[in-house]
Write a protein that binds this ligand. Structure first.
Ligand code: PEP
Ligand code: MN
Length: 342
C-alpha cells in the first residue's frame, strides 16, 4: 500500500504515518519528493485494513494499493527517476553514461591499453571481468584477484570508476575492495542468496536481465536489492533468448522503455551481448538511447581477434571511437522523450 501525504503535511504527521505503518506490521519506505512525501507500506503479514484506515489520518491525501508485485522499484512508490552515483558519475541523470572495456581482464597491458583508449574516446566508466560465468567449464574463467588488482591500477591511472561481475557471495567482500560497482550477470539474476547479500551493501549494483527472464521477473530481482536496503541499483538489458539465431541474443529494446515506465531505476543497454556482433553495436546503442536508456555498456578489446572471451562482439579502439562519435548526435536527448511518451 502507498500512503500519499498531502503537499502541506507536517513532519509530525509524516512521522505518525510511519509509526502506524510499523504498528500494523509493515516496513515503511519513505520517498521525499520536491512536492510531496510518499510512504510505502511494504512486507507480508501486516494488517492491511489498518493502512487503508490511514486515509483519514491528518496530513494524508490518499491511500492506494501498489498495482505491481514489485513495490519499491515501482514508479508508484517514487514517481521521479532515481539517479545512481558511482564515484561522481551519475547514472540516470541528464547525461548518457558509457561503460566500456573488455569482456575479461586478460593481462595488465591489455587492460591498461583499453582503459586509456576508451577514456580518450569519452567513456565514463571501465568494465572488465575478473570472475567469468562461462557456459563451458573448459573456457577461460577469469584471472580472479589478479584481474581485480589490474582493474584498480587502471582506475588509478585513468580515473574511470570500475564495474566488474560478482558471481558468488563468497567473493563479495574481496570484489568490494577493488570495484566501484558490482555487476550481477544475466545468469545470476535470480541467484537470491547473492541478491540478498548485495542488498546489505550500499555499493552500486548493475543488475543484468536474465536471458529468459520477463521484465516482471527482472524488476522483482531488483526488488530484492531495494527491499534489503540497497537503493543503488541500475538495470541492464542485455538481450534475451528467442528463436532467432542470426544474433547471439535478441535485444529487447521495448523492455528498456517498459522498465523505465514501470520503474524509477536507471536502465542501461548492453548491445555487445544483445547482438553478439561488432557491426551492430553502433546502431543498437543509438536505438537504445532513443528509447530512453540512460547509458550503454560496451565490450572493447585492443585486438578482438585475440580476445579470450567474446571477441566477435568486441570493438577495437578505433571502432569504439566511431561508435562514440555516432552517439554524440545532438538529437539523441530530443528523440528519447518523444519516443518514451508516445
Ligand atoms: C559480461 O558482461 O561479460 C557477461 C558475461 O554478461 P551477461 O551476464 O550479460 O552474459
Ligand atoms: Mn562478455
Amino acid at each position: 500500500m502507498i500512503v500519499n501525504m498531502s503537499d502541506n503535511a507536517t513532519p509530525e504527521q509524516i512521522e505518525h504515518v510511519i509509526q502506524r505503518i510499523r504498528e500494523a506490521g509493515f516496513q515503511p519506505h519513505i520517498t521525499r519528493g520536491t512536492e510531496r512525501t510518499i510512504v510505502a507500506a511494504v512486507g507480508s503479514g501486516g494488517r492491511r485494513h489498518e493502512i487503508e484506515a490511514l486515509c483519514v489520518a491528518p496530513g494524508v491525501d490518499t491511500v492506494v494499493p501498489i498495482a505491481q508485485p514489485f513495490k519499491l522499484v515501482s514508479r508508484q512508490t517514487r514517481p521521479s527517476p532515481s539517479v545512481v552515483e558511482v564515484c561522481g558519475i551519475q547514472i540516470g541523470g541528464p547525461d548518457v553514461v558509457v561503460i566500456a572495456g573488455p569482456c575479461s581482464v586478460e593481462s595488465r597491458e591489455q587492460l591498461l591499453e583499453t582503459a586509456h583508449g576508451v577514456k580518450k574516446a569519452g567513456a565514463t566508466m571501465l568494465r572488465g571481468g575478473a570472475y567469468k560465468p562461462r557456459t563451458s567449464p573448459y573456457e577461460f574463467q577469469g584471472l580472479g584477484i589478479e584481474a581485480l588488482k589490474i582493474l584498480r591500477e587502471a582506475r588509478e591511472q585513468t580515473g574511470l570508476p570500475v564495474v566488474t561481475e560478482v558471481m558468488s557471495t563468497e567473493d563479495v567482500d574481496l570484489i568490494c575492495e577493488y570495484a566501484d560497482m558490482l555487476q550481477v550477470g544475466a545468469r545470476n539474476m535470480q541467484n537470491y542468496a547473492l541478491l540478498r547479500r548485495l542488498a546489505t551493501l550500499q555499493k552500486p549494483i548493475l543488475l543484468k536481465r536474465g536471458p529468459s527472464a520477463t521484465v516482471k521477473e527482472w524488476l522483482l530481482a531488483a526488488e530484492y536489492l531495494l527491499a534489503g536496503g540497497n537503493r543503488n541499483v541500475v538495470l541492464c538489458e542485455r538481450g534475451i533468448k528467442t528463436f532467432e539465431t542470426a544474433t547471439r541474443n535478441t535485444m529487447d529494446l521495448a523492455s528498456i522503455a517498459l522498465a523505465k515506465e514501470l520503474s524509477h531505476l536507471p536502465v542501461i543497454a548492453d548491445p555487445s551481448h544483445g547482438t553478439g556482433k561488432q557491426s551492430l553495436i553502433g546502431a543498437v546503442s543509438r536505438a537504445a538511447i532513443a528509447v530512453g536508456a540512460d547509458g550503454i555498456i560496451v565490450e572493447v578489446h585492443p585486438c578482438p581477434e585475440r580476445a579470450f572471451s567474446d571477441g566477435p562482439q568486441s570493438l577495437d579502439i578505433p571502432q569504439f571511437e566511431r561508435v562514440m562519435r555516432g552517439l554524440s548526435d545532438p538529437l539523441r536527448r530530443v528523440v528519447a522523450p518523444l519516443v518514451s511518451s508516445a
